[in-house]
Write a protein that binds this ligand. Structure first.
Ligand code: CU
Ligand code: CU
Length: 332
């Protein structure tokens, strides 16, 4: 166990200087000295989160790149029996998960996480799935549905296809992921996404975003080297999410991290309502929530103050390895 932890600390130790000096190629090149002496505390200095904002942050991609994953399709009014169609394809694709760091992902439609699927309760969800990847895959949805729509026994071979069709229920923040074996690998490689089911009575108006927490084992040692929300380390530190103080911010949050049993979301300077799974009206008022693997919920923030507020995993190690960002709250 000590060796496993140490391996990852080496990566952290290698990350700090690399983050300070672009490019970050040194990150992947940093050797895992699992047999070496323990690193001195001076060997892994703080990254200086407060300063880690804006253009100085070595996050991959440009502004707006993740908008399709951040902003869900709009909620539609309750109309039982309406068909909601989505098309998903499993595609092998190398993606840049941290600046200069490529991960050989298995994706739905080319991104990790996959596209946000949204339906209103009692819609008929119809998802046409094609396996254009190199391994057998499925789509397993969380929620209530017939046994033959569960994506466990209906394995779709490469080149094959399958259409999932079932009424969307219950309302809440659900999720979907591949359920082919070995499960840990198929999920970790990137086959997952957010699945929102809206209640029959609409939620009150809000600015809505999706944050899917994940991790990447980029050196194949069975533990994560990077963490993110919506797929790219430090992305929302480089490009803070702009919100209005007068507008409730609703976050659909899910945890698809493999290898680490829990992940968490912590917001600075503010409290929020947290609806676990989002399928009832019950909430808790807090500033930190933790989610086990596959857990999800809905956060609602009513801002008291304008300004820049950090959000991040409260596992500090995850923060240092990419899972952090900012909300820029504008007074209006
Ligand atoms: Cu799979
Ligand atoms: Cu699951």
């Amino acid at each position: 166990m000590a060796d496993r932890r140490f391996t990852r600390r080496q990566v952290i130790a290698g990350a700090a200087p690399a983050l300070a000096a672009l490019p970050m190629a040194g990150l992947v090149a940093a050797p895992a000295l699992s047999g070496g002496p323990p690193a001195a505390s001076a060997a892994h200095p703080s990254l200086g989160h407060a300063a880690m904002a804006g253009d100085v942050v070595p996050a991959p991609g440009g502004p707006g790149d993740l908008d399709d994953l951040l902003t869900p399709p709009p909620a539609l009014p309750h109309r039982p029996g309406r068909v909601r169609r989505y098309t998903l394809a499993a595609i092998d694709r190398d993606i840049e998960v941290a600046a200069g760091v490529t991960f050989p992902a298995w994706t739905y439609n080319g991104t990790v996480p996959g596209p946000v699927i949204r339906a209103t309760e009692d819609d008929i969800l119809e998802v046409e799935f094609t396996n254009a990847g190199s391994h057998p895959h499925t789509i397993h949805f969380h929620g209530i549905h017939p046994a033959n729509m569960d994506g466990v026994f209906e394995i779709v071979e490469p080149g094959g296809s399958f259409t999932y069709r079932f009424p969307a229920r219950p309302y809440g923040m659900q999720l979907y992921h591949c359920h082919a074996a070995p499960l840990k690998k198929h999920i970790h490689k990137g086959l997952y996404g957010a699945f929102i089911i809206d209640p029959p009575t609409p939620r009150r108006p809000a600015r809505e975003i999706v944050l899917v927490m994940n991790g990447y084992d980029t050196d194949g040692d069975g533990e994560n080297n990077f963490y993110s929300v919506n797929g790219r380390a430090f992305y929302y530190a480089k490009y803070p999410i702009r919100v209005r103080r007068s507008e409730t911010l609703r976050i659909y949050l899910a945890n698809l991290t493999e290898f680490d049993l829990i992940n968490s979301f912590h917001l600075h300077g503010e409290f929020f309502r947290y609806y676990r799974t989002g399928s009832t009206d019950q909430f808790e008022y807090t500033d930190t929530v933790m989610q086990c693997q596959g857990e999800r919920g809905i956060i609602e923030i009513d801002w008291h103050n304008a300004g820049r507020f950090m959000f991040h995993a409260h596992q500090s190690e995850f923060t240092d390895l990419g899972w952090m960002g900012f909300f820029d709250v504008a007074d209006d």
